[in-house]
Ligand binder design. Structure first.
Ligand code: ZN
Ligand code: ZN
Ligand code: ZN
Ligand code: ZN
Ligand code: ZN
Length: 281
């Protein structure tokens, strides 16, 4: 259904009227034949029909398009009275801003927000109603601090209410504690797992280091053995050197005594041996 033409200030172009309800277009849609309709009007029509109500051309809802932009602009600019004019609202707005105004119009009807209250009042009277609404919650007049409505005040018992409240708080607390305990246990188990892994890794490293160190001490032992061997060799060589020197001295002093000389071949061999000994030393 469109807007009643009587609600508009000034004349409305014929082209902005719905072809079905003859009111001013509301949520307009256009057929390929360029006839325009309110969304609800044409959707209702197409439930039983398959043609445009104006010229009987074939029509289906999938072929409906938004209104031409220039027509939509003309429609949006129309000046309209508030829906609640009859209740006293004097507001006039452009059609495009009407929904916004009506959502905050002081003359619009609203329902009381209190649960169980079914009263409908003008938005501007809501506060007055809430002051007297029997379902409006206020702090208990006997001083327990609980919020209750005057409708519930007669059957309200401060001590019983407080006890129920405490019970529910206690069970809520117990639930939270149990949850925290579960969480802590979970975390501890995870940490324990990590520790075990770390310990295993450290043990591995320790074993590695032990084998490294035993290898090193073996090497040291080998080195020390070879050092001892070298020293022994040196001592042996020193003795041989001394013997050779002795031998040489003896050889020189008896060089006149030809009979004590070794044969020529022997002398050559002796010299060679002496030379190699000296280089060795
Ligand atoms: Zn219509
Ligand atoms: Zn048509
Ligand atoms: Zn209004
Ligand atoms: Zn109320
Ligand atoms: Zn109370």
């Amino acid at each position: 259904m469109g807007y009643d033409i009587e609600r508009f200030v000034g004349p409305v172009n014929e082209g902005l009227l719905c072809c079905i309800c003859r009111d001013v277009l509301q949520d307009p849609l256009q057929a390929p034949c360029e006839h325009a309709f309110c969304k609800t009007c044409i959707e209702g029509w197409l439930v039983n029909e398959v043609t445009c109500p104006e010229d009987r051309q074939i029509l289906s809802s999938s072929r409906l398009k938004p209104l031409f932009r220039y027509m939509k602009n003309d429609l949006d600019r129309l000046q309209i009275y508030c829906t609640f004019k009859a209740r006293g609202c004097p507001h006039i707005s452009k059609l495009e801003f009407l929904p916004k105004h009506e959502s905050e119009c002081p003359y619009a009807t609203v329902s009381c927000p209190n649960e169980r209250c079914s009263v409908l009042v003008s938005r501007r009277d809501l506060e007055k109603h809430l002051n007297t609404c029997e379902f409006q919650k206020r702090e208990c007049s006997k001083g327990c601090g609980i919020m209750i409505s005057s409708a519930d005040e007669r059957k309200h018992n401060c001590i019983a209410e407080l006890r129920t409240m405490m019970d529910s708080l206690r069970s809520e607390f117990a639930g939270k504690m149990a949850e925290q305990k579960r969480e802590m246990e979970l975390r501890l188990n995870m940490q324990r797992g990590h520790m075990v892994q770390k310990e295993a890794a450290m043990q591995g490293k320790l074993d590695e280091m032990k084998s490294e160190s035993s290898k090193l001490s073996q090497k040291v032992k080998l080195l020390m053995d070879s050092e001892t061997q070298r020293r022994q060799d040196m001592e042996k060589l020193e003795i041989e050197k001394k013997e050779l020197i002795e031998l040489l001295r003896g050889h020189r002093s008896s060089s006149v005594d030809r009979s004590r000389l070794p044969r020529p071949g022997t002398s050559k061999r002796f010299h060679k041996a002496l030379q190699s000994k000296v280089t060795e030393i």
